[in-house]
Design a protein around this ligand. Sequence first.
Ligand code: ATP
Ligand code: MG
Length: 416
Amino acid sequence: MRVSQLITKTRKEAPADETAKNAQLLIRAGYVHKDAAGVYVWLPLGRKVLNNIIQIIRDEMDAIGGQEVVMSTLQRKEVWERTNRWDDEIVDVWFKTTYKNGTEAGLAWSHEEQMVDTFRQHIDSYKDLPKAAYQFQNKLRNETRAKSGIMRTREFIMKDMYSFARTEAEHKEFYDKVTAAYLRIFERLGIGESTYFTVASGGAFAEFSHEFQTICEAGEDVVYIDDEKHIAINEEVMRDDVLKNLGVQKDKLRKAKTAEVGNIFSFGTSKSEPYDFVYTDENGEQQFVVMGSYGIGPARVMGVIVEHMGDDQGIVWPTEIAPYQLHITSLGNDDAVIAEANKIYNNLISAGFSVIWDDRDVSAGEKFADADLMGMPYRVVVSKKTIDSEAYEVKVRKTGEVLQLNLDELKKLLAK
Ligand code: ATP
Ligand code: MG
């Protein structure tokens, strides 16, 4: 991509009403557009990052046997009445609408009801189990707090997976696989070290759930971390029995502000019972299906990464999810410089690298500031000086380190 061809522009100032650092930087760098409080539009650069995050999650869900589906946004009232969750008094984030014939419909804030209603029509026998289905689908939630930029929005994509098992033991086995897959996901996203498997309250169905909490000043949660075990306890369940169960000592825990990037929990048979979602076991007896639910918010993860790794100059992307690996900054309008930049740009693209080239006719200062703001992992300068020296000046965005590399060495660095 050439910066001169991008449909977006960078800007010096974030909108006055935007208080969150993640959204300020993402708006200034042209990744997202703020449409309303809690409503953001994904621009090309932002869409690329989100797609990269989604692809990592998809890989890991497929690897443990998840099968991708897409549920609908329009949801039938009856599907929610079965679990008594249609009422606004019970679920306070509903957006609802009405068909022309007067029939009410809900705009999905979650999809577990519809998942159950769908798969009870495909799963009948013990031979059909265990199974798991997942999706990347919009959730619409009438959130009262929408002040954390893309970390808490009223419309967002969630990866939600639902598992169906014969027994608690079979369920637990899959639950543990998902836990391991989630830890791999956060590792691959570059936030493994600062993300903690966390014990949290279980809500209506179980005593505990598990969250994945990432260190983040702008987060809304408080957890207590055991550094040795690399696990945490949400303050909402910070109790002696929980400490004892986990085998951790209170005085060794470190308090931290975090953001919940993922949340997994067991339903037991609480979702299958209202739907009469049963399977026939080996003895011909009918049993309720045992279920689990596993969520991750790709956009919240992206916001947390911007908060967590960004600096005064702008965004710093981990290489795994950056929209482009390399930012080429050509300086000046000299024909030889343009030809040289063009040569490297095409050479790297044909070698399979993802590259953005700032080919605009603007000052060096503006180009450097924009490169830092946009946050690609590496920046290379092409100028009269570099043509003469045959080595390029490559800056590592994260550390500020400057390397002198020829084209082959640059390719090796990018291939890492
Ligand atoms: P929270 O506790 O932060 O309100 P939640 O418990 O309601 O979230 P879940 O329904 O468990 O969230 O959603 C699963 C995941 O979806 C969360 O871990 C988070 O990553 C993401 N998520 C939840 N709400 C939002 C939102 N409003 N905007 C963006 N991502 C969200
Ligand atoms: Mg939660």
